[in-house]
Design a protein around this ligand. Structure first.
Ligand code: ZN
Length: 240
């Protein structure tokens, strides 16, 4: 069994399609989505329908929640808020309902999935260091938990202590726990513009990260044509 873990797609259809094409070449048998299907970029409807048609376990991201609600976005940063207002207009009531019904936490085979953290999934906390990861581990009852939200691939490992290990190929050690950020498909923020996702090989107890090139100029043009903030087109090229 080889499971592709992908999330933070953020309405970037070219990146999503490239990831799914790549996964098809990697003998992937199943898919799990970390949420934030929409927001920021210009293809919320196509990305939502693509993920929905896959019928894979999918958890809710903060952008999914904000796009499906009608609450004020004033407290949010103005660029994200304007993209979410635009996204709300693109989605049908029924699509918004699908987003709003996504669950915050899922267990899939022997691992857990959450968009942000297990300690307070609805608070959308960002995990950027091992101290943030420690709070999560207190609530993690499976050996591995996958998440997203920061758009940066990261691996935290808890054995006698919690440490960050390089987000490269990870061999799961018996007795240790892992909290793994699978990076972002549609808006990576680790300085690498290529779409990011992970593959968990259950038989070999191994996780690898994949980076995939896609037609970024097409995505940028769609962002500009949609009248979304120009900065959103620039940042995907910078991987920030
Ligand atoms: Zn996100």
């Amino acid at each position: 069994m080889r499971i592709a873990l992908f999330g933070d797609i953020h309405a970037n259809l070219e990146a999503l399609e490239a990831v799914l094409e790549d996964a098809a070449t990697q003998e992937v048998t199943d898919y799990v989505c970390m949420g934030d299907v929409v927001g920021y970029n210009a293809d919320p409807v196509a990305c939502l329908e693509k993920v929905r048609a896959m019928e894979c376990p999918t958890v809710k991201g903060n952008h999914d929640e904000d796009a499906s609600g009608s609450h004020s976005l004033d407290a949010m940063n103005p660029v994200a808020a304007s993209a979410l207002e635009w996204t709300r207009q693109q989605l049908s009531d029924e699509q918004r309902q699908w987003l709003s019904r996504l669950r915050m936490v899922r267990q899939v085979t022997d691992f857990t999935v959450v968009h942000s953290t297990l300690d307070q999934p609805a608070h959308w906390n960002y995990v950027t260091n091992r101290f943030d990861a420690m709070s999560n581990f207190s609530y993690q009852f499976t050996q591995i938990c996958f998440h997203g939200h920061t758009h940066v691939p990261r691996v935290y490992m808890k054995s006698d202590r919690v440490q960050e290990v390089p987000a490269e190929a990870v061999v799961i050690e018996a007795g240790a726990k892992y909290f793994i950020n699978v990076g972002s498909v549609g808006q990576p923020r680790d300085g690498d513009w290529r779409a990011c996702y992970a593959i968990y090989d259950l038989n070999h107890k191994m996780i690898v990260f994949r980076r995939v090139e896609y037609d970024i100029e097409k995505t940028q043009q769609k962002i500009i044509d949609a009248g979304l903030p120009q900065m959103l087109a620039e940042r995907i090229a910078e991987g920030r």
